[in-house]
Design a protein around this ligand. Structure first.
Ligand SMILES: [Zn+2]
Length: 116
């Protein structure tokens, strides 16, 4: 009986922790930016408006992405916690040896300069 109660308690605790995690993920408000592609890609070099989940996949922190604090010409997303730079259009981490990770897309808003 004791063992059964113990398992039940662990089950409830797990559900609680998972719920908290989901709430934290949902409550991280997305970040919408307008920028040109700055990572290696085949995209037209025009302005894109894209909404990203405000979550840094490299350090795992939420709400740390800031838009273009380094004033790049294209515009990029930088994590204020681990200083990773991301292309604001493809979401790829701009690491010298190739992207280590990429941002989670919330939605593409529009392509401002082409009709497609
Ligand atoms: Zn980070």
């Amino acid at each position: 009986m004791k063992l059964h109660e113990h398992k039940f308690f662990i089950g409830i605790s797990l559900i609680f922790v998972i719920s908290l995690f989901c709430i934290a993920t949902i409550s991280a408000s997305p970040i919408t930016v307008t920028a040109k592609p700055s990572a290696v890609n085949d995209l037209p070099y025009v302005d894109y408006t894209v909404t990203w989940k405000n979550h840094c996949p490299l350090c795992g922190h939420d709400e740390t992405l800031t838009f273009n604090p380094k004033s790049t010409y294209e515009g990029e997303l930088t994590c204020s916690y681990c200083d990773a730079d991301y292309c604001a259009v493809t979401g790829k981490d701009k690491y010298g040896k190739g992207p280590r990770s990429r941002l989670l897309l919330f939605k593409y808003q529009n392509y401002s300069n082409n009709g497609t």
